[in-house]
Each structure stands twice: as structure tokens, then as C-alpha cells.
Design a protein around this ligand. Sequence first.
Ligand code: CO
Length: 164
Amino acid sequence: MALRNIVVEGDEILTKKCREVVKFDDRLAELIDDMIETMRDAEGVGIAAPQVGILRQVCVIEPEPGYVTELINPVIIEQEGEQEGYEGCLSVPGYIGCVKRPMKIKVRAQNRTGGLETFEFEGFDAVAASHEMDHLQGILYTSKATDVHKPAPPEEDGAEEANE
Ligand code: CO
């Protein structure tokens, strides 16, 4: 496993649509393992392949430590409700912004060996998954957000914003 460089806003790779994964091989497994390591190193709760310079439909989320979900070629097949909250992005370091997201989504995706799975995400998990899936379409949260700003330094008892 290896850390990969995180691409930041301004690089046009972040605005491109990712291609479908068709080969479920060791190279894909290595990419996913590297993405997880890179996300954790940067203290993020999610990361998408274009953020490490790869235009393929691969993203991972870890909304709670140890609970990683890997999504290959993910598609939202149902969504319900709405929520609004602040989020950040590893590719837009130092900023947060307020985004409207579905409260609940059902996602069909493949796993790292190509098997088809269905996931339901709700609340913060739905925010993380839809934020990462937007990256696969070349969409940064800043294009949907209001009130994008640099947050004040964290309080001592420090609720931290999530980085995706
Ligand atoms: Co992001």
C-alpha cells in the first residue's frame, strides 16, 4: 500500500466524468487500498478515485472509523428526503460549505471483485456517499454549496468538520 497525492481544486481532472471499471484485478484492489490509506492519512471520511488522479468510477467512504464501504460503478437507484449541512473536501483544503443532500439513498454498486451489491445510506452516511459519487461525475461540492468559507479554528472540545 502507498499514499497517493491528493489532487486539489483547480486541476481539471476533478471536473471530468469517470469511466466505468471493467477490470476487477489486482490493480483495482491496489488502487482501493491506496485510496483508503490516503483518506485515513488525510483524516477524511471519504475519497474518490479522481482525487488521486484516476478517472475511474471508484470511491470509498468511512463515516465511522473502521466502517469502510467500497463503491465501484455506483448508481443511486432510490432517494428520499432532504438534509442540509456543512461539509468539506480533501480536494478543497481548509474550507467548508453548506450543501443540500438526500436524507436517504439506495445505491447499487460493485465490490472489488465485481459482485453486485445494494447499499442503503442514511443521514451522514448518505452525505458522504453522495459527495463521493458526485466526484465520479466531475462535481465538486463547492458548485452546489452556499456559504463556502474557512471555518474558525476548532474549539478546545472541538467538533471537527468532516472531510470528504
Ligand atoms: Co470531496
